[in-house]
Design a protein around this ligand. Sequence first.
Ligand SMILES: CC(C)(COP(=O)(O)OP(=O)(O)OC[C@H]1O[C@@H](n2cnc3c(N)ncnc32)[C@H](O)[C@@H]1OP(=O)(O)O)[C@@H](O)C(=O)NCCC(=O)NCCS
Length: 193
Amino acid sequence: MQRTEPQGRSCSPNEPMAELTFRTPERGDGAAIWQLIRDCGPLDDNSMYCNLLQCDHFAETCVVAELDGEIVGWVSGYIVPGEPDTLFVWQVAVSAAARGRGVGKRMLGELLKRDVCRQMRRLKTTITRDNRASWALFGAFAEAVEGGLQREAYFKRDEHFEGRHDTEHLVTIVFGEAFARRRTAPTPLRNVA
Ligand SMILES: CC(C)(COP(=O)(O)OP(=O)(O)OC[C@H]1O[C@@H](n2cnc3c(N)ncnc32)[C@H](O)[C@@H]1OP(=O)(O)O)[C@@H](O)C(=O)NCCC(=O)NCCS
């Protein structure tokens, strides 16, 4: 079935986005997130149940971006089992009207500010070869964390997807040492000499 065109507020590229806010998702957001993802080709749409679980059990490592109360951005992630210092980013979605304004990059930054992510030393995600916007987003993120970006073919078209999906390349971004140190340095106490 053909996908519907993305709905939602549109704005001109120079219009300021002062009303843009970020927050942790709640169960009540699941359906709107599911719709946003459906509107954001080439993302795989998972079941609404999956998005509800992300908003519930994995809420601390997911971010919603809102513009005037409407959800325009979404990042789902989780801490990799057995790798307590590695954040895996599952999906990033920004509505067509809000793209190219730093929303994706800011959502990743919001995640890193959370207490649950304080000990993170690397970020992993997977990207298909032709997803230019996603490579640009994670390339910009790697620069922001003063880190290096490594890639390897991981979930392969024939071996893992039975030819039904392009190969997903595993991207690993290790945060730069100075950046990681700054993040965990204790905040200096105020009014103390
Ligand atoms: C990928 C996506 C989330 C990027 O969101 P966004 O809010 O437009 O990205 P940002 O504005 O934060 O841009 C981050 C960087 O990527 C660059 N970029 C973004 N889209 C780009 C594009 N289509 N082509 C080239 N560069 C692009 C920006 O210039 C910026 O670089 P800079 O920091 O060096 O200036 C958005 O395009 C999207 O939802 N695409 C469809 C779904 C998808 O493919 N998600 C990613 C896979 S999980």
